[in-house]
Design a protein around this ligand. Structure first.
Ligand code: SF4
Length: 477
């Protein structure tokens, strides 16, 4: 089983990976500027939607219902898609999905594919697998193209090149496209990308896409996008392969009414995406002649089995939680060691990989709740983070380490009033070298990490219990 979330499961911990990024002033400026702009646009279009909260409730209810009956809706999707001329493949993990896709590309005798932005293929590291099989993937989404040509990694789930500014993009295009005189105006850069991509759209015979929604009722697939590159990839190739996580299924076509109001507003601050494509199977003389859907599990059924964390699978990948998160806004996305950054990455990645990996991610949050407030499907991210922190602690407890031993000792002390009072007395005596003005300045050894970033009051000379006892004695009670 090869469960993956983009980078390897052995990515460095969040604090380690974040440290050099915090020193990168340009990156932090780019991330702050871009997230400010999107948040501002989002706030305007959300404010004008008077039933926003009801829409969030409806979306959350649809997702919850779907997850409770996921097996039913996936089988319904498979049956309807097959009846319409599509072919559905089931992939247990990242390797199996890549293997199926490579086999299909080879079946259609192609050495190249054009790709619409798909987080799911970033998760399985499809591009690397294709290249190993001597198949060249061309990213056609502008931001993904910047990442691919710059040999970089995505840092945001909606705007993968958000950490780059125009000048940096110009440099990448100048070098990779051989355009030394390229200007840095947005129209110069988009014209360069258009020229580079158009020939590929017309030549390459196999397209690879992700999916925003899989519609069980019709067997259709829906993709929303802003640039029109998706529409090209969905209509021009002979064969189209869609790879999607199993949680992308929704029961009925009418459910799009709810999600297509929430998603563009939350993702890019638009009332509607410029391109909304919905396709169902194959139609002679219209679009691809062959259509395949690869349904990917890759750890998702493990999340489904955890009632408290299951809501993670409600995510519609809008990125609003990233834009508002005070932690993401400081570090950008690369610190998360996964294709999924920000608050959703902090809860998705450790669950998919298993709690032995990504253990630091549930702590990459101030628990301020801003992510929950903006989430269009009402995922209570802080609640899931706390739940996952509990799982991390429980796993550590089973191993013999200093923290676990310390926690066990604390538990024993807190369980007995006698032991607690004895510990207080000892603490009162032992604390004098580190106390000044009623505050503990710094604790010795490993505990010093705690007082380095937190204020800790000294143990008072008399506890409330002591004071109460004395008072009772004095009053003769
Ligand atoms: S968790 Fe919510 S806010 Fe974050 S990406 Fe998913 S749907 Fe959007």
């Amino acid at each position: 089983m090869t469960v993956r979330v983009g980078e390897s499961a052995n990515a460095p911990s969040f604090p380690k990976a974040a440290l050099p990024l915090l020193d990168d002033a340009q990156l932090r400026k780019n991330v702050r500027h871009a997230t400010d702009v999107i948040q501002h646009k989002r706030a305007i279009v959300v404010a004008e939607q008077k039933d926003w909260q009801q829409l969030r409730d409806a979306a959350s209810a649809i997702k919850e219902h779907t997850l409770r009956h996921l097996d039913h809706y996936l089988l319904e999707f498979e049956a309807k898609c097959t009846a319409a001329g599509g072919q559905v493949h089931w992939a247990a993990d990242a390797d199996e999905a890549n293997h199926i896709i490579i086999g299909l590309v080879q079946q259609y005798n192609s050495k190249e594919v054009i790709k619409i932005k798909t987080m799911t293929s970033d998760e399985t590291r499809l591009n690397e697998a294709l290249q190993e099989a001597s198949i060249h993937p061309y990213e056609t989404d502008l931001a993904e193209l910047i990442i691919q040509l710059g040999h970089d990694k995505p840092s945001h789930i909606v705007v993968p090149a958000l950490h780059k500014n125009r000048m940096q993009v110009r440099e990448i295009f100048q070098q990779s496209m051989g355009l030394p005189n390229l200007g840095d105006k947005p129209e110069d850069l988009t014209a360069a990308a258009r020229n580079y991509l158009r020939e590929k759209f017309l030549r390459v015979k196999v397209g690879v896409s992700g999916a925003n929604f899989l519609i069980a009722e019709t067997g259709g697939v829906c993709i929303v996008e802003s640039e029109g590159n998706g529409r090209m990839c969905l209509t021009l190739p002979d064969a189209l392969i869609t790879v999607a996580g199993i949680e992308k299924v929704i029961p009925a076509f009418r459910d799009l009414d709810t999600f297509l109001q929430l998603l563009p507003r939350s993702a890019t601050g638009e009332r509607m995406n410029p391109y909304n494509s919905i396709w169902t199977g194959v139609h002679p003389g219209d679009g691809p002649k062959h259509f395949h859907v690869v349904l990917l599990d890759n750890g998702r059924t493990n999340i489904l089995a955890d009632a408290e964390a299951r809501q993670t699978l409600n995510c519609i990948r809008c990125g609003a939680c990233l834009n508002t998160c005070p932690v993401y806004r400081q570090t950008g996305g690369h610190a998360y060691g996964s294709s999924y950054a920000g608050p959703i990455g902090a809860i998705f990645t450790p669950q998919v990989l298993g709690m032995e990996h990504g253990q630091s991610l549930p702590y990459a949050s101030s628990l301020c709740g801003a992510c929950y407030e903006v989430c269009p499907v009402k995922i209570n991210i802080p609640e899931v983070l706390i739940h996952l922190r509990g799982r991390v602690v429980r796993e550590k407890q089973s191993a013999a380490n200093l923290e676990a031993i310390g926690m066990k000792a604390m538990a024993a002390i807190f369980k007995s009033a006698r032991r607690f009072e004895a510990a207080q007395r000892l603490g009162r005596i032992g604390q004098w070298p580190v106390v000044s003005d009623g505050w503990v300045k710094h604790l010795p050894g490993l505990m010093g990490n705690w007082t380095a970033v937190r204020d800790l009051r000294a143990i008072p000379q008399q506890s409330f219990r002591d004071w109460w006892r004395t008072r009772k004695k004095e009053s003769g009670q």
